[in-house]
Design a protein around this ligand. Structure first.
Ligand SMILES: C[S@@+](CC[C@H](N)C(=O)[O-])C[C@H]1O[C@@H](n2cnc3c(N)ncnc32)[C@H](O)[C@@H]1O
Length: 261
């Protein structure tokens, strides 16, 4: 299989940035579980500091590409399993840390409660849960053209039509974890840089267009957008991607909380 090295490099850097907030809580004795690990780039970044890192995802495709990445990285303390976060295939108290990255924000209340209950079950007493999720209120975008504002608004319409709070999940993580029995010990935020250099900017614009195209039929079917708005938003991303002064920093809120001993 031929790899696009610019994308792989972007994913690796993104993996390291996504894991950075939890690294001070890890050492060579830590067993960590990455729930909803996707292609495993963040799990691999965690494994560099931990004793062992296991990624779990419901998607067979994600787990297959995680296995491929792990075998080319030749890391012996890194493993991946296919399964669901609402019934984790691990014994009680197996892990020191359970980690979620961009996973919890879109769950309904019942699934969120089942997922956090499973996380607690597989955590040691006194172990940590670490979460990092988006909050649209913290994003930095330049230039703020009307087309780009419309593009972001279409995403907001999409994510918020089911749950009006989903776009601002990041800032609520402390409160949510506390409500599910954990005790927050640290919180912060950082950005994902979608405009670091020209290849990253072009890739980000292509991703944004792809994502918008993927949801466009459903947006129109639900009466949340019209064709003309979608076309304007796609052109705005195209223009943003070819402007060397464009900036897009996406806010990710971070929280670390303890399972009571
Ligand atoms: C937005 S992606 C985040 C992937 C990765 N954590 C990252 O940030 O790069 C959400 C991931 O959660 C996974 N997922 C969704 N439902 C799941 C479930 N019930 N159990 C395990 N993983 C699930 C998806 O397959 C997807 O890989």
């Amino acid at each position: 299989m031929r790899h696009n090295h610019a994308i792989l490099d972007f994913q690796r850097k993104r993996g390291e940035g996504s894991a950075a907030f939890v690294l001070p809580f890890l050492d060579a004795t830590t067993a960590i579980l990455d729930v909803g690990c996707g292609p495993g780039t963040i799990t691999a970044a965690l494994a560099k500091t931990a004793r062992s890192a296991v990624g779990i995802d419901i998607s067979a495709k994600a787990i297959a590409s995680a296995h491929e990445m792990a075998s080319s990285a030749r890391m012996t303390n890194l493993g991946f399993v296919r399964g669901t976060m609402t019934a984790l295939p691990f014994e009680n108290t197996r892990f020191d840390i359970v980690f979620f990255h961009a996973v919890l924000y879109h769950l309904d209340a019942a699934t969120l409660a089942a997922t956090l209950s499973e996380a607690s079950r597989v955590l040691k007493a006194g172990g940590l849960i670490a979460t990092r999720d988006a909050d649209v209120g913290g994003n930095i975008l330049y230039p703020e053209t009307s087309g780009l504002q419309l593009a972001l608004d279409l995403w907001t319409r999409w994510y918020e039509h089911a749950d009006p709070d989903s776009g601002r999940f990041g800032r609520r993580q402390n409160a949510i974890l506390r409500a599910h029995g954990f005790v927050p010990v640290w919180s912060g935020a950082s950005f994902v840089n979608h405009s670091a250099d020209e290849p990253t900017r072009r890739e980000s614009a292509a991703d944004a267009k792809h994502s918008l195209q993927g949801m466009s039929a459903e947006l129109m079917a639900r009466g949340l957008a019209i064709r003309d708005e979608i076309d304007q938003a796609l052109s705005a991303w195209e223009a943003w991607g070819s402007n060397p002064d464009s900036i897009y920093l996406r806010c990710r809120c971070e929280c670390v909380a303890r399972k009571p001993a």
